[in-house]
Design a protein around this ligand. Structure first.
Ligand SMILES: Nc1ncnc2c1ncn2[C@@H]1O[C@H](COP(=O)(O)OP(=O)(O)OP(=O)(O)O)[C@@H](O)[C@H]1O
Length: 804
């Protein structure tokens, strides 16, 4: 859904009190009394969708004044854009005098103004969406809330940023706890024009309706665009509490499908960046989402909120040095995700620190010496006692071994060891045979090499993994020709090995030490520039400025550096679909965020990965024991009740103990079941897509299947639909979000949503793997308007859907 742009005018008639309706004079909404205030989320009564003609409704008397006010805000925005563009042009016109300092200053100013300008452009849509009227006697009688803070030339506040403390009441005030708020007003806009108002009067006796539901209903019923939009104008109280929660420690947000977990995760990210700008701009924020297509689905939300520096990665991308794209066998994924792999990998590395079975004779320029098992064993013990990673402890090992060989060399040549030691060690170090034999005992290693060699060798696996069953070890084995076809489940293993192995040589770290000192100097300078210019503090930190223009020229933004650096420590990590992560993946994320300032959103009833979580307590125990907070989202903004009931029944029939969320609206269309033609099932699917297309109204439709391959798989259906329907109607692959029709296997639909869903053969989804019921639940909760079940096999237990 695109909340970034105003709801289309065509939506207006569908919403009572919307489309020119004066809140006091509009016909009363068709629903029971509101049982809860806004602070409880939305009403647990379903929102109505009775058609009301806007032209029949009297115009709200405040509408002209609000139009004027909002027009004034846009005028101010335009003025700021022009002023910033002029400042930027001026800086670009200035010729630097040639000194480093003047070049730096010029670039620093240019960066400030460029960032400011792009922020000013990002707020064009729905610049202002709300107003709070405060109690008489309050410092200011009213406060407008919007996408960014704006002041007039004299510093008077015109608009409050939705993330500022002063905007909190817009989301939190309720009739029961109105704080200082008398009235909350929603401004509905099309382009720059205010089209309607909706008032919530929070103090008894003021009259008017007490609901903000029309704006919400307009938002949740709008046709989907294939991209997620922001929800700043309609964030609900239970969501707002989570968005603004403290960033300390691990916060888990559990919520059923459609409760806004993703939306909340993204808005919380924007909120934290606004509130802790200096710290987080320096350390960066990492957002982990389940798949590239999911990340593309949400990629417009943060920029629309004025935030661009967030690192977004899938779990397969968390190890920078390797690309993990291969498919994993579910059993192998389960074993690789198990914490027993920690010992397996440690043993695999220890096995690469060898002691020769018998003395190895080496001729050093005519003098015989021997690499004796006892001397190697003692060198190994010393090296291990340093507790350094393998490649770093190797320095100690080599020193000890060479020292033992130097003694023999001195003896063999009748030299005084104390005097000649340094020369003898150098000679040994340069001797090819010595180097080879020492390396055979303790080789410098890379994570990729250790893992690839482990996974193709039954012998190495048997030695390293005695605690895995023979069947589990077999599941891990892969053919030699696929030794480095990395999968998502390999990523935490590579990362674990990188910890166990350390850097290949310590010259890298020495260089890093130098770089750190240089950086400190650049930072100090960037701070003075910001102080003297006094411009743009709220959006550009000294860190960002120093990043872009270091002594050696641009080194990339914090985000670019963080992505490339495996040891980067992020200031905050947000994980979506967090229930899918394995115990090994949690270890990796803990290393990326040593402060454990994390927001984890997910739903344990939707887990599809074999290595994923059954419960949050079980998943997080190794990470933080029981030191995590749980917040729950309880209202389903996506799936209408008519469809959600089927999903809940299927979940219950599968024995999954989860409380499905309460849908915010009843919906207009009952789910229907259609029998697949026994001889040509693809023809039934095509006919049904044709049937649905005219109802889409510019929205999106998905055909969901149990798998990608096979006669009724997503691949085959995609091809047949593409051949039969006009060009650009059906997406070419599973990562194309722009065509009106997508064909996806259920697991790829995770986190996405569509106006209409055609679910093909649900029994196959149910029987696919041990998490089939969870997958079916995911499939049944993707639709915002219509659900059609296409089947030949009997419908799964609990799926009580009438045939057409
Ligand atoms: N307060 C709100 N106002 C308007 N729309 C909302 C609000 N909260 C959520 N939505 C919309 O509801 C839909 C579902 O939200 P979202 O995808 O974040 O849910 P989710 O909990 O992550 O679902 P799932 O578990 O299925 O991935 C989205 O279209 C989102 O924009």
């Amino acid at each position: 859904m695109n909340h970034g742009s105003p709801p289309p005018a065509s939506m207006a008639p569908r919403v009572p009190g919307y489309g020119g309706g004066h809140a006091r004079s509009a016909p009363p909404p068709q629903r029971g009394p509101r049982s809860r205030g806004r602070g409880d989320g939305v009403s647990d009564q379903h929102l109505p969708a009775a058609p009301v003609d806007p032209d029949q409704q009297p115009q709200h008397p405040d509408l002209p004044a609000e139009r004027d006010y909002v027009a004034g805000l846009y005028a101010r925005l335009d003025a700021l854009r022009a002023q910033t563009a002029e400042q930027l042009a001026e800086v670009r016109r200035t010729r630097p005098t040639g000194t480093h300092q003047s070049r730096f200053e010029r670039d620093a100013f240019a960066t400030l103004y460029e960032d400011r300008l792009s922020q000013l452009w990002s707020v064009e849509n729905r610049l202002c969406f709300g107003r709070l009227d405060l109690q008489p006697g309050a410092e200011e009688p009213r406060r407008y809330v919007g996408r960014l803070g704006l002041s007039d030339e004299r510093g008077g506040q015109l608009l409050v940023d939705w993330r500022a403390p002063a905007a909190q009441d817009f989301y939190q005030a309720t009739a029961a706890a109105p704080r200082d708020v008398v009235r909350r007003r929603h401004l509905l806009t099309a382009g720059r024009r205010v089209t309607d108002l909706e008032d919530e009067v929070l103090v008894a006796g003021e009259g008017g309706t007490t609901t903000g539901d029309a704006a919400l209903l307009a938002a949740v019923s709008a046709p989907r665009t294939g991209r997620m939009g922001d929800i700043v104008a309609t964030i609900q109280a239970e969501q707002d509490r989570i968005i603004r929660a403290s960033d300390r420690g691990v916060l888990v947000v559990q919520g059923g499908p459609g409760t806004g977990k993703t939306a909340v995760a993204l808005h919380r990210t924007a909120y934290l960046l606004y509130t802790h700008r200096e710290r987080l701009a320096r350390s960066g924020v990492l957002l982990v989402g389940p798949s590239p297509v999911f990340l593309r689905y949400v990629e417009q939300v943060l920029p629309a909120l004025g935030e661009t520096g967030v690192v977004t990665l899938t779990p397969a991308e968390l190890y920078p040095a390797a690309t993990a794209t291969a498919e994993e066998d579910p059993e192998a994924a389960r074993v690789k995700g198990d914490l027993r792999m920690v010992d397996v990998l440690a043993a695999a590395v220890a096995a690469r620190q060898r002691i020769p079975a018998r003395p190895v004779r080496i001729d050093v320029d005519g003098t015989p010496v021997a690499l004796r098992p006892d001397a190697v064993a003692s060198a190994r013990n010393r090296a291990r006692r340093t507790r350094k990673p393998h490649n770093e402890a190797r320095v100690t090992f080599v020193r000890e071994v060479l020292s033992s060989l130097a003694q023999q060399l001195a003896r063999g040549r009748n030299l005084d060891l104390a005097e000649e030691r340094a020369d003898l060690v150098t000679e040994l170090r340069e001797n090819v045979d010595v180097r080879r034999e020492v390396n055979l005992c303790w080789m410098p290693l890379t994570p990729e090499k250790v893992l690839a060699q482990l996974l193709v060798s039954p012998e190495r696996l048997a030695a390293a993994a005695p605690r895995l069953s023979p069947a589990e070890r077999r599941a891990l084995l892969r053919p030699r020709e696929r030794a480095t076809d990395w999968t998502e489940a390999d990523v935490p293993l590579l990362d674990e090995l990188a910890e166990l192995l350390g850097d290949l040589d310590d010259s890298t770290r020495r260089a890093e030490g130098r770089a750190a000192a240089e950086r400190e100097a650049e930072l100090a300078y960037a701070r003075t520039v910001l102080e003297t210019t006094n411009a743009g503090h709220e959006m550009v930190s000294a860190e960002l400025l120093a990043d872009r223009f270091s002594v050696d020229g641009p080194v990339g933004t914090v985000a670019e550096r963080a992505v490339a650096d495996r040891t980067w420590a992020y200031g905050h990590v947000v994980v979506d679909e967090a229930q899918e992560l394995s115990a090994m993946a949690w270890r990796l994320l803990e290393r990326r965020c040593p402060s454990r300032s994390m927001t984890l959103v997910g739903d344990v009833a939707q887990t599809s990965s074999e290595a994923g979580a059954h419960s949050w307590a079980q998943a997080l125990q190794p990470l933080v024991d029981d030191r995590w907070r749980l917040e729950e989202l309880t209202v389903n903004y996506r799936t209408p009740a008519r469809i959600a009931r089927v999903a809940a029944d299927v979940l219950a029939a599968a024995g999954i103990d989860a409380r499905p969320p309460t849908p915010v609206r009843e919906g207009e269309h009952e789910p229907v079941a259609v029998l697949l033609d026994a001889t040509d099932p693809a023809a039934t699917v095509l006919a049904e897509v044709r049937e649905q297309l005219p109802h889409l109204g510019g929205g999106r439709l998905a055909v969901l299947t149990a798998r990608e391959d096979g006669p009724l798989g997503a691949g085959a259906l995609r091809r047949s639909l593409r051949a039969a329907l006009p060009a650009r109607t059906v997406a070419a692959g599973h990562d194309d979000l722009d065509a009106p029709v997508s064909v996806l296997d259920v697991r790829r639909a995770k986190g996405l949503e569509f106006d209409a869903v055609l679910l093909v053969e649900p029994a196959e989804v149910l029987h696919r793997g041990s998490r089939g019921a969870n997958d079916l639940y995911v499939a049944l909760t993707r639709a915002t308007q219509r659900l059609v079940i296409l089947h030949a096999q009997p419908l799964p237990p609990g799926m009580d859907v009438a045939g057409r």
